[in-house]
Write a protein that binds this ligand. Sequence first.
Ligand code: GLN
Length: 453
Amino acid sequence: FSSVELTRCHLDRIRTLDGTYNSFITVDESGALTAAAEADRRLAAGETAPLTGIPLAHKDIFCTRGLRTSCGSRMLDNFVPPYDATVVTRLREAGTVILGKTNMDEFAMGSSNESSFYGPSRNPWDSSCVPGGSSGGSAAAVAGMLAPMATGTDTGGSIRQPAAFCGITGLKPTYGRVSRLGIVAFASSLDQAGPMARSAEDCALLLNAMAGHDPLDSTSSTESCPDFSAGLEAPLSGLRIGLPRQYFGDGLEAATGDRIRAALALLEQRGATLVDVDLPHTGLSIPTYYIVAPAEASTNLSRYDGVRYGYRCEQPRDLHDLYTRSREEGFGDEVKRRILVGTYALSAGYYDAYYKKAQQVRRLIRQDFIDCFRQVDVIAGPTTPGPAFALGAKTDDPLAMYLEDAYTLAVNLAGLPGMSLPTGLVQGRPVGLQLIGRHFEESRLLNVGHQLQ
Ligand code: GLN
């Protein structure tokens, strides 16, 4: 296969199938074919880099020079960035071909892709169901074979949950492992970009290209990056896997629990030891996250004022009208809800009771993991309480939607790496096994994932 052939084949599938999946917001046919032709020249000249000529899709939260970056919002519907996110630059340099930009919940706020200004994406396993969110378009595109791999971001589960719902592999790296430069900010202390693909092996290849210090992102880590592909074949004998009691309680649907336990039995057969562990504060993750994330979002989103970029209302009466009407018309309901909650939590008189308290609990949640990792190497459990739900099932009930994140949020609050691996079907819909590692131990997660695949 030449890269041009491979790219054409994926563009054809997008043309035929994306009317149903709605996994792309923007498809860049001509850009993709130009990049593919360039990759073919590099390959003919003897280049052997593993991703040269491989097509991929970027979540529409990554700035792409000259290519619209909407973040799933009317607010940025007309926004064409003048520069590339570091992740995009690095993947371009690695020789990948950008097919287009994938659908997502507006400003990455959601667990179902239903808050996108461009309409929901659909799950290729069952198009009456959601693909998960917020990186639902990326997950659907990979699962539907419209793209062999994709990028996503994960603030509270947005790589892992859609990966689980769509039966693919997704990895949220340690906070700081991947540069956030050029990623539209949601909650800056939680946001992290990562790979979504059909296997742990492919995720390792993508992470090799994405990860590493970026002097232009002050929260990017200077920790050295291993070759994430190097340890995939290591045997699992002697590996201690912790099973948090709190991840196997009432909230977990029975059939999903069975699939998770089957995967754990397989890991045991491969030589791992299963150990019961406790994460006593993890039940506080949802209230903690839904203070911290909206608080940070409310400040990050204050930049959308109708003046500097993005949507501007028609014929404003005065400056105040320009601000309020641009934001009123440019943002959707979930985004407004988060801005209201966040502004409230940060306001004088409430700051100590909400934001400061949430930061204190966040510390306890993180400490739980650090204590656990004294006894075990990896923590395992479900990614979500159950498989993908029907479109519309939770749109009127934000709290029911937030419960979807019960097993994923703590990982972001603690800054740890987490991965979701496909682990069978429940009534024809995929479910995911979640693996959580020590800070900067993505390689171990990829190793365990590869040994299961
Ligand atoms: N579902 C969570 C939320 O709505 C997480 C989203 C994310 O990780 N971007 O905030």
